[in-house]
Design a protein around this ligand. Sequence first.
Ligand code: 5GP
Length: 192
Amino acid sequence: MKLLEDRIRKDGIVKEGNVLKVDSFINHQMDVNLFDEMGKEWKRLFADRPINKILTIEASGIGIACVAARSFNVPVVFAKKAQSINIDGDVYACKIESFTKKRIYDVIVSKKFLSKDDHVLIIDDFLANGCAVLGLLDIIKEAGATVEGVGIAVEKGFQRGGKLIRDMGIRVESLAIVESMDATTGEIVFRK
Ligand code: 5GP
């Protein structure tokens, strides 16, 4: 999606450790008009899928998912980071390793908000090694719901997550795929 690629080129900052900072328009300050265009693009890409729910993960996916949900006219459920001691039988739970914070979180979704009748689109801001998406896929599986696809804002194509998820037969639509990025020069190359 050219709009997103142009914005990343203009305002994205490449950090050491394969981290792309997009704090000025996605992760801290949020450009809601851009999110709106992203939502419309996912709606176009997943037009053939009977999506009735969007699933994302706390915290950075929530803003994007909520705006995208306006294009789909469906509710958003976000997986919450939880303390292990609070996990009981009323929730689906999994462990997710955070790429940016390098720690493992327990995340939960209440059984009230995900069931076998749901057709779910996962949305997240970044796809790196795929831990976040794999965790959400686990939760969807536990619920017996159907995965209709995964919508990602920025996929780092040089990390393994994209291939991993696509090899599972799951449709992944990333609006910008970074082929390579250089923390020294700041150069970002997108996949064609
Ligand atoms: P994964 O679980 O695929 O390894 O990483 C995805 C998650 O880590 C996303 O939910 C995102 O919040 C965070 N993340 C991964 N890579 C980056 C990055 O380069 N920049 C930012 N801002 N977040 C990232």
